[in-house]
Write a protein that binds this ligand. Structure first.
Ligand SMILES: [Fe+2]
Ligand SMILES: [Fe+2]
Length: 317
């Protein structure tokens, strides 16, 4: 069979999770090779920043809860900062559902993408655990109340917004960068209250940086392969919500995080959205008839965010 026969082309489209009508502008195996390279780069960089929760946790603070029951004045953080750390833990704890969602959607994709989800799961596995154990050791937050929310979050699972592999890649790029920025900003907010926690959050942010970088560059490769995919980017951004969206009290949590943990709408706009829009060249790209409608919706969304930022006062860190 000739290498790029019609049958080969259709089979590759299915394998890559692409709509065959879009059609690749370059041989599709270049995209697979790019993803292979990105995955190998990720593995190499991840080895250099490897960390273990057993080395970072303040074990010396541990006390038996039976002999020393929890009381609200035992912690090192304000109720607002405690809520921010609990929200981070309650988001990370849904890893089994995130892995299920990504594995399902990327099932027909290139093998490097599927392999990456396995490696990513291994790295994310420590995130909820280190935050959960930190909260127990430091006695920040009521452990019984937190445990009840934790169970309810895990039972609810995660409902992904899309079954389109490329749209999910765009979403995950945003989510990983948003999580990185949230952890770094939260680390700055807690540093003077609990330096051990700040250190933990910065370790987590290193993992999130690499996760973001993989998805960001994979997304860029797909856009270069077919610039028509920018329409999907424009459609995903206005619908973006953090994966913890369904957890109890989410609106109050994001309000508190915005005002006390340095991660509100302005931080999202400046440190997340503008970064990815620039990297993918979304706003500089000429709009075609296929992307025009989605681009208009994106422009309206960005204008709305700027309006909210202009009329919202969130205290600076
Ligand atoms: Fe994480
Ligand atoms: Fe991550």
């Amino acid at each position: 069979m000739p290498k790029f026969s019609g049958r080969y082309f259709l089979r590759e489209c299915v394998r890559l999770g692409l709509d065959k009508r879009e059609g690749p502008r370059r041989p599709v195996n270049i995209l697979s090779e790019t993803l292979d390279t990105l995955y190998q780069r990720h593995r190499s960089l991840a080895t250099r920043i490897d960390w273990g929760y057993h080395r970072l946790l303040p074990w010396e603070r541990g006390r038996n809860f039976m002999d020393h029951p929890w009381a609200p004045d035992q912690g090192t953080l304000s109720p607002e900062l405690t809520l921010a750390v609990e929200t981070a833990m309650l988001t990370e704890v849904n890893l089994p559902w995130f892995t299920h969602g990504l594995t399902t959607v990327f099932d027909q994709g290139p093998s490097a993408l599927k392999q990456f989800v396995h490696t990513w799961t291994r790295e994310e596995d420590q995130h909820a655990r280190i935050l959960d154990v930190y909260l127990l050791l430091s006695r920040n937050g009521d452990p019984d109340a937190r445990d009840a929310v934790r169970k309810s979050v895990l039972e609810s699972g995660w409902h992904r917004e899309t079954d389109d592999p490329f749209a999910l890649m765009v979403y995950t790029s945003l989510q990983e960068l948003a999580t990185r920025v949230f952890y770094l900003n939260l680390a700055r907010a807690v540093d003077r209250h609990d330096s051990a926690l700040a250190h933990i959050l910065r370790a987590l942010a290193k993992d999130e940086t690499l996760h973001y970088t993989f998805y960001r560059d994979a997304t860029k490769a797909y856009i270069e392969e077919d610039p028509g995919r920018l329409a999907t980017v424009c459609r995903v951004i206005p619908k973006f919500v953090m994966p913890g969206f369904g957890m109890p009290d989410f609106r109050r949590r994001i309000k508190v995080i915005g005002s006390h943990a340095g991660y509100g709408i302005a931080a999202y706009y400046d440190q997340v959205l503008r970064i990815v829009l620039e990297f993918w060249g979304v706003l500089e790209h000429e709009t075609s008839s296929a992307t025009r409608e989605a681009r208009i919706a994106l422009d309206k969304h960005l204008a709305r965010l700027r309006h909210i930022i202009a009329y919202t006062t969130v205290p600076a860190l």
